[in-house]
Write a protein that binds this ligand. Structure first.
Ligand code: GLN
Length: 273
């Protein structure tokens, strides 16, 4: 048996050498995942040593992370707005910035909500979990993503209030909603070249629409009039430099009360209308 502390230290050295930012944190999370305990329990529940079999299994997890596979793909889940979501290489990893979209959505009442570009379902399903009376429709062009989202809906106990539609934006959507939300792919072609190795493990279609990154906002703005109830709200996540451009697109489409909201880091992150 090798002492666990030593194994963790070696793992963090290996991860740091591979360019992983928070190497010790990730080493601890991988170990917690291996042991089947929450990372916060590691302090109290850490075994004195690992068996040879456990050590080999841990080394395999560390090797995957050293190859810059996202931690969430290795553990299979990621926390978003305080809840665990299953993730895979078929969906965008839920990100803390996107919690800004949730905070904005929860500022006003809604009975039904449409999420365009559902991915893992983190936005729609969080809203349904927070608003026990609301129902929701999630649209995505990826059948694999819809499956991940359906699994998350079941895990969160909101499946009875959620439906999932294979749709290219509004194409297969019927009816009108109180609230439409979207965290569309918005990274420009040029910015795709600057992403970290982890991000390249995520689906390209969830990250970028190509070109200037703004095309989804044009499509959403064009269809919102038909699918929003009178007095309904549209909320989209944006890249931090896209505020002025998206505001213009929304105003040109005739949407009213267009506003930009910033995230906790003070960057433009959400546009509402
Ligand atoms: N709605 C999902 C999220 O916010 C997926 C977004 C996407 O794939 N662009 O994480």
């Amino acid at each position: 048996m090798t002492p666990t502390g030593l194994i963790l230290r070696d793992a963090s050295v290996r991860l740091r050498a591979a360019g992983v930012e928070d190497a010790m944190r990730d080493a601890r999370r991988l170990l917690a995942h291996l042991l089947g305990i929450a990372a916060e329990r590691l302090v109290v529940d850490m075994p004195a040593g690992l068996s040879a079999a456990q050590e080999a299994e841990f080394a395999a997890l560390v090797a995957r992370r050293a190859a810059r596979e996202p931690l969430s793909h290795i553990t299979g889940s990621r926390l978003f707005y305080g809840r665990a979501f299953q993730v895979s290489a078929d969906v965008l990893d839920p990100r803390p910035e996107t919690e800004t979209l949730i905070e904005q959505a929860l500022q006003a009442p809604f009975r039904d909500v449409l999420d365009l570009g559902l991915g893992s379902g983190c936005v729609l399903l969080t809203l349904l979990a927070e608003r026990g009376e609301a129902t929701g429709v999630g649209a995505d062009l990826s059948p694999a993503a819809l499956q991940v989202a359906a699994g998350n809906a079941a895990d969160l106990g909101v499946a009875a209030r959620a439906s999932f539609v294979l749709s290219d934006w509004f194409d297969a959507i019927e009816g009108a909603f109180d609230l439409i939300v979207s965290n569309p792919p918005y990274i420009s072609e040029a910015e795709m070249a600057e992403l970290s190795p982890e991000v390249l493990h995520e689906p390209r279609m969830a990250l970028t629409p190509g070109g200037d990154g703004l095309s989804p906002y044009r499509v959403i703005a064009a269809g919102a009039g038909r699918h929003l109830r009178n007095g309904g709200r549209l909320l989209v996540e944006i890249g931090w430099q896209q505020g002025p451009a998206v505001q213009q697109i929304f105003r040109d489409a005739g949407l009213a009360q267009v506003q930009v909201h910033s995230d906790l880091g003070g960057k433009d992150r959400v546009v509402s209308a």
